[in-house]
Design a protein around this ligand. Structure first.
Ligand code: CP3
Length: 368
């Protein structure tokens, strides 16, 4: 299968330090680094012609279940852009499908659930996850950990709220009305659903850690739709169960959501080593909101942050991109560690060459 070669021979990765002491992992831990590491959410995907080529005729979920394809797609952005970390090619709904929910990922739409989960009886269809349910993920991570050498691999999962939103709505939603209706109207069912999802998510992440990922990211993409009070009451305990369950795993935990300015303190408290921030909140303001692991400290004494270039800035002329990248780097210095990223995923229309230039600029402009 020559078009699907996964070798990284000759790349910088093999000459670097072990992944567990990479620039990316060190920045996640707030340790000194020679430059600010950078990767992009959704870097493995539709902005790359080589991705569209290997995915042609293969459905998204099927691709996620084929370790050779997962490895190839995960490596593509590392080869092309020289990013400081790879992220496993998968999707947040993969473990939910493996735990018994009939769903599909439709191009241009996202996850669509055949029978939404809205009652006690529906919840019974969602089994706890066991490692053999996702053996293909274990296999893909092992393949990748070998191929990547010193480049760390980020594992990930969806957080209970964001997963519950897809299950209850049956697909993507702007208002999350049905999700909130369950949350406010049937709190016991809500907590039972989120507890089940937290168990699935924790197991899914444990499989990835055991197979060799160097960090994990918990995506609570849609939590920003909640007030802080509701987040603390209905969501935080479940996300804390996931993140707390990995506290002894030896890998940094990144916790990210979109539109979460009002939640950054709480999301940090849920047990994140690194708090991901979207483009709406400057990183220095975000750093001031995120407490240190043992409580609130003075400005900047909190935790490392990740972010937060607006993905749409990449459509602007280069001088604007450069100015914005430098601004994000400057604001990131307020935190004890900074991992450069976008404020959300790479948009499919993005010119990949601009991403490559951003990586080079981040490395050069942050060199110390
Ligand atoms: O970041 C990466 O490069 C790794 C791969 C990755 C995918 N999904 C691949 C994917 C990751 C980390 C995800 C996470 C994910 N999936 C999230 C959290 C991140 C975020 O964006 O907030 C969410 C909410 C989902 C659910 C989901 N799956 C959505 C919203 C979509 C996009 C729908 C669309 O087509 O616009 C998907 C499908 C999906 N997941 C694609 C990819 C590459 C596109 C499907 C395809 O290429 O056919």
């Amino acid at each position: 299968m020559s078009a699907m070669t996964t070798t990284m021979e000759g790349s910088a990765a093999h000459r670097e330090q072990p992944a567990a002491d990479s620039v990316f992992v060190r920045a996640c831990r707030g340790l000194p680094v020679p430059y600010t590491p950078v990767w992009f959410m959704r870097q493995a995907g539709r902005s790359l012609p080589e991705y569209r080529k290997v995915r042609a005729g293969i459905a998204m979920l099927e691709a996620c279940r084929r370790p050779d394809l997962v490895a190839e797609i995960t490596l593509q952005p590392v080869r092309r852009h020289g990013v400081d970390a790879a992220i496993l090619f998968s999707d947040i709904v993969v473990p939910v499908a493996a735990a018994g929910i009939d769903l599909d990922i439709e191009p241009g739409t996202g996850p669509v659930v055949a029978e939404p989960v809205r009652t006690e009886a529906d919840l019974a269809r969602l089994r706890p996850l066991t490692p053999p349910d996702v053996s293909y993920v274990d296999e893909a991570v092992r393949l990748l950990a070998g191929e990547l050498g010193g480049t760390p691999l980020i594992g990930f999962a969806g957080a209970p709220f964001t997963l519950a939103s897809y299950l209850v709505e049956g697909g993507p939603s702007r208002t999350h009305a049905k999700t909130k209706a369950m949350m406010y109207g049937q709190p016991e069912l809500w907590h039972a659903l989120c507890a089940r999802l937290a168990g699935i998510t924790l197991e899914f992440l444990r499989v990835q850690v055991a197979a060799g990922v160097s960090a994990v990211q918990l995506f609570d993409s849609w939590a920003g739709t909640l007030s802080e009070a509701d987040y603390r009451r209905f969501v935080l305990p479940h996300s804390a169960h996931v993140l707390g369950g990995l506290s002894g795993a030896g890998v940094p935990r990144i916790h990210f959501g979109v539109g979460t300015a009002q939640l950054l303190t709480a999301m940090g408290e849920a047990g994140a080593d690194v708090v991901g921030v979207d483009w709406r909140t400057p990183l220095d303001a975000a750093a001031a909101l995120v407490d240190g692991p043992s409580g609130r400290g003075p400005h900047g004494s909190g935790r490392p942050v990740q972010g937060n270039l607006d993905p749409c800035v990449l459509f602007a002329p280069w001088p604007v991109v450069e100015r914005e990248v430098r601004r994000v780097l400057a604001e990131g210095r307020a935190a004890p560690g900074h991992v450069f990223n976008l404020g959300h995923g790479v948009l499919p229309e993005t010119d990949p060459e601009v991403l490559t230039r951003v990586v080079a600029l981040v490395h050069e402009a942050s060199a110390r």
